[in-house]
Design a binder for this molecule. Structure first.
Ligand SMILES: Cc1ncc(COP(=O)(O)O)c(C=O)c1O
Length: 405
């Protein structure tokens, strides 16, 4: 009898039948090679993980193993939802525990919203550019995307109103604070203008809010969900990933009662519930802000890195490039003159030992090739300066070989 392998081609679901390896994952593998200075990933600097506070939180959770190591309910542990609801109420969004659904990262919140709200061909309005994994998960649910014009303050209200009128979208997906990938933030008046339009046209909003805790300058801005009337038609997604640590994989959705049951059924089908021990640890962590040691230092250091990147980056990029100037978050966004192709520039950058993410995957129209995302949080200032010098050499070589012709 032979135990040798034989050829077998499983018949994948239609959605996955021509899946190639994710270009971004391949890129992140490439830029994590030793010696490469990566401006590509959106990953926190591990120096500022608040290890003592996180360890105490897990110790506290494990002191009640009969609860923390047991199955939980799909909507999440009451103890955690109560703290989240209290924090939301403090943020100007009056909330009860039953308004909150715990998710495995806010990525799962996006997936659940796609699962319960999107039918094949439904139009979803998004910012241009927008978060690529939202495009991915809503796309798998069958969404047809329409990108709405944006300026440095986010989505342009007139363009949003026109797009709603024209396309009657199922929902609008926005990242109002320190957006991924652009770094831009919607000011308070723009938030009110957008809310007016959504309320008037009765359009559902997914407000994705992973970055608002990373504010380095400027005023605190309330979520759009806090504007009167909006909580009834908004799913507000938040997460511990950027404020505490992404490896904990905990987020939550603050949702109107009208979609809560559907989301709970969807969540049950995906993973029954989020990790119980993580939920108890998160509840303890959030209930004890006095134990958080590194938050202020992290904001100080990230803010300094942002200023360094803003100062240095222009010397690497061609004249006519527009670079955003964020006041928080993890990213800058550069729009180069149209002749430049950042997908083609990347191999030159890799040869010089510096990485970035070409912008094409963040656009609905992936033929847009002249944009790039630059992360500023993970590298020390000296590495930022050296990385920009490498990028400048890469742009020069690219120009000489690709643009001179
Ligand atoms: C805009 C946006 N939404 C959602 C997520 C997913 O975050 P989480 O780690 O909470 O799943 C990210 C992560 O980078 C993001 O940038």
């Amino acid at each position: 009898m032979t135990t040798g392998q034989h050829e077998f081609t499983p018949r994948l679901a239609h959605n996955f039948s021509d899946t190639e390896d994710s270009p971004v994952r391949a890129l992140l593998d490439l830029v994590s090679r030793p010696g490469v200075i990566s401006f590509a990933g959106g990953v926190p600097d591990p120096t500022y993980f608040d290890l003592d506070a996180i360890r105490s939180a897990y110790d506290a959770a494990l002191s009640r193993p009969e609860r923390a190591l047991q199955y939980s309910s799909s909507d999440g542990e009451l103890e955690l939802r109560e703290i989240i609801a209290a924090n939301l109420t403090d943020e100007g969004i009056p909330s009860q525990a039953e308004d909150v659904l715990v998710t495995t990262g806010s990525q799962q919140g996006l997936t659940l919203m796609g699962q319960v709200m999107i039918d094949q061909g439904d139009v979803i309005l998004v910012e241009d550019p927008t978060y690529l994994a939202a495009l991915q998960t809503f796309g798998l649910a069958g969404a047809h995307f329409v990108a709405v014009d944006c300026d440095d303050d986010g989505v342009v209200p007139e363009a949003l109103e026109k797009a709603i009128e024209l396309h009657q979208p199922k929902l609008v997906y926005l990242i109002p604070s320190y957006q991924n990938p652009s770094g831009r933030t919607m000011p308070a008046q723009r938030r009110r203008d957008v809310a007016d339009i959504l309320l008037r046209t009765r359009t559902m909003l997914i407000e994705d809010d992973p970055y608002s805790s990373l504010r380095y300058s400027g005023e605190h801005l309330e979520p759009i969900c806090a504007i009167e009337g909006m909580a009834a038609q908004t799913a507000l997604l938040q997460t511990l990933s950027k404020s505490v640590a992404p490896g904990i994989r905990l987020g939550w959705a603050r949702v109107p009662a009208s979609i809560r049951d559907a989301l709970i059924v969807g969540k049950q089908a995906i993973d029954l519930h989020s990790s119980t021990v993580d939920q108890y640890a998160a509840a303890h962590y959030l209930a004890h802000p006095e134990t958080h040691q590194s938050d202020a230092e992290k904001l100080e250091v990230y803010g300094q890195r942002l200023r360094t990147m803003v100062r240095e980056l222009p010397r690497a990029l061609p004249e006519g490039t527009h670079v955003t100037s964020p006041s928080g978050g993890m990213f800058l966004w550069a729009e180069l003159p149209e002749a430049y192709d950042t997908d083609a520039l990347l191999p030159y950058a890799m040869r010089e030992g510096v990485g970035f993410v070409p912008g094409s995957s963040f656009h609905v129209d992936t033929s847009i090739r002249n944009t790039m995302r630059i992360s500023f949080v993970t590298n020390a200032e000296s590495e930022i300066v050296e990385g920009v010098t490498r990028l400048a050499r890469a742009v020069e070589a690219y120009e000489a070989e690709q643009l001179a012709a």
